[in-house]
Design a protein. Structure first.
Length: 289
């Protein structure tokens, strides 16, 4: 059994066949957490979770890149409602999210966090960073209020040019925020794309590292896989994005989480069964499922 701890079958990429995709996963004994990136997709994640008696859960949040209207290549524009396009960070409707967050099938608050990778020339970077931080702090407050873990998105800069623009590193800023504002039930640093030393700092704070198809794109994350204990990892797809090799280019879906497990097994030189067993246990304990 495997758990895809971060899926978006609640996104419009699956609007024609979401139930089929979920059924396909459950038949293969893959459980999943559908993660909301704003209110509408959070609500849809809760609806799907409510429809299935077993194996389908939800996380509710507001993604940092949703805090400014823009077109991002891989972000589905249909995900934004006109109302949300106008939304700014300060407008996260805490009461509405609180109602969703109380649902018994909601196992985490997120995705929320910091994204310094998508800043564009002309952006007021300091203002966007402080908006992202503000929403993250509201998320932490919510997580502690409902006593659930957090699903954290954090992508730093990927080039020198981006670094000059953003001025600070997203992982450094996130570490500071989590140290000063502890999440009582901890959580996942999902789609982790940093180095192993950074990962270890989050692990010290009690967080799990979310591994997805990105680790199959070459040998770039082999060191991270080797350095991090299985006990500190959870698996995910982030579908429909980040499809693992050899399906890169196709729409991702929860059953492909097996390829993530396989890559970890290869690099760690252990069996895929061991990867499945330990990471499933980690996810079950973290989410209380
Ligand atoms: Zn995601």
């Amino acid at each position: 059994m495997l758990i895809d701890t971060h899926a978006h079958v609640n996104f419009s990429a699956f609007k024609d066949d979401a139930d089929e995709v979920i059924r396909r996963a459950l038949e293969k004994n893959v459980w999943l957490v559908n993660v909301g990136s704003q209110y509408s997709t959070s609500q849809r994640a809760v609806e799907y979770a409510g429809k299935y008696s077993i194996g389908v859960f939800a996380a509710v949040g507001l993604h940092p890149i949703q805090l400014k209207k823009r077109t991002i290549e891989y972000q589905d524009d249909e995900e934004l409602t006109p109302e949300e396009i106008k939304t700014t960070g300060e407008n996260l409707d805490y009461a509405k999210y609180f109602e969703l967050a109380k649902h018994p099938k909601v196992v985490a608050i997120g995705e929320m966090g910091l994204d310094y990778h998508h800043f564009e020339p002309g952006d007021n970077v300091e203002e966007l960073k402080s908006k992202q931080k503000g929403v993250l702090l509201q998320g932490i407050r919510l997580a502690n209020e409902v006593q659930k873990p957090m699903m954290i998105h954090c992508w730093g800069v990927k080039s020198r040019q981006e670094r000059d623009h953003a001025r600070t590193d997203a992982y450094d800023d996130l570490l500071d925020i989590l140290q000063d504002n502890p999440v009582e039930k901890k959580g996942v640093i999902h789609s982790f794309v940093g180095g192993y030393k950074t990962a270890k700092k989050f692990i010290e704070l009690g967080f799990k590292i979310g591994m997805n198809g990105v680790i199959t794109y070459g040998i770039g994350y082999d060191r991270l896989i080797k350095e991090i204990d299985l006990e500190d990892m959870v698996l995910e797809t982030d579908c429909p994005y980040l499809t693992p090799v050899p399906h890169k280019g196709e729409r991702n879906e929860p059953i492909l989480v097996e390829l993530v497990a396989q890559k970890i097994a290869e690099v760690k030189n252990i069996s895929i069964d061991e990867v499945a067993e330990v990471t499933t246990k980690n996810a079950k304990e973290l989410f209380g499922i």
